[in-house]
Design a protein around this ligand. Structure first.
Ligand code: ITT
Length: 199
């Protein structure tokens, strides 16, 4: 059985402002005080693992150890079927050192070339780690299709080229609350809530 989360405060172990907004919105209904890794000036660990789960665990443990508080980390990315799952765990790196997702989305389009397949999915691993070294990890996904050119100003990362299955707008065009309710992050978080926040 998963360990229950009883503490009043949680570190959001991410330096990505888009993730901070989304995870803070997911945690808010539970009345837990949150502080981000950026606010605590925690170092950004190098993501040396080969899976989303591995990198989420690495980031959560680094933040829990450095802060002495429980930490919630997110490792996520876009997986494109016709590109054998790329950019996958390298989704952030495709944006380069300036974190320009215009460049990353152009690269996805260029690598697809004439391939008519547009199937893609977002994947999110969430790890809750405690300073004593215990952790719980959950994986969420959402399927969709890529569309070009990019559309919409909401969200972050690859949101402007991703249309979730059953919808006609990109995540970038959608009201953020709508994305938060259905995303890969929301699906991973639902499992975390059921396992660690339930009494
Ligand atoms: P942290 O490691 O500090 O959390 P990061 O941006 O480097 O920040 P990742 O290594 O997990 O995080 O990279 C995930 C990338 O995948 C992220 O930068 C986005 O480009 C993309 N991504 C993940 N979730 C997304 C979402 O909901 N919408 C759009 N793009 C997303």
């Amino acid at each position: 059985m998963a360990r229950l989360f009883k503490e009043p405060k949680l570190v959001l172990a991410t330096h990505n402002p888009g993730k901070v907004v989304e995870i803070a919105a997911l945690v808010k209904p539970f009345g837990i005080e949150v502080v981000s890794a950026g606010e605590l000036d925690l170092p950004e660990p190098e993501e040396t693992e080969t899976t989303f789960e591995g990198n989420a665990r690495l980031k959560a443990h680094a933040a829990a150890k450095a802060s002495g508080l429980p930490a919630l980390a997110d490792d996520s990315g876009l997986s494109v079927g016709a590109l054998d799952g790329a950019p996958g765990i390298y989704s952030a790196r495709w944006a380069g050192p300036t974190k320009d997702f215009g460049i990353a989305m152009d690269r996805v389009r260029a690598e697809l070339g004439d391939n008519p397949s547009r199937d893609a999915m977002f994947i999110c691993a969430l790890t809750l780690a405690w300073p004593d070294g215990h952790d719980e990890t959950f994986l969420g996904t959402i399927t969709g299709a890529l569309t070009f050119p990019a559309k919409g100003e909401h969200g972050f990362g690859y949101d402007p080229i991703f249309v979730p299955t059953g919808f006609s707008q990109t995540f970038g065009e959608m009201d953020p609350a709508k994305k938060h309710a259905m995303s890969h992050r929301a699906h991973a978080f639902e499992q975390l809530v059921a396992a660690c926040f339930a009494e």
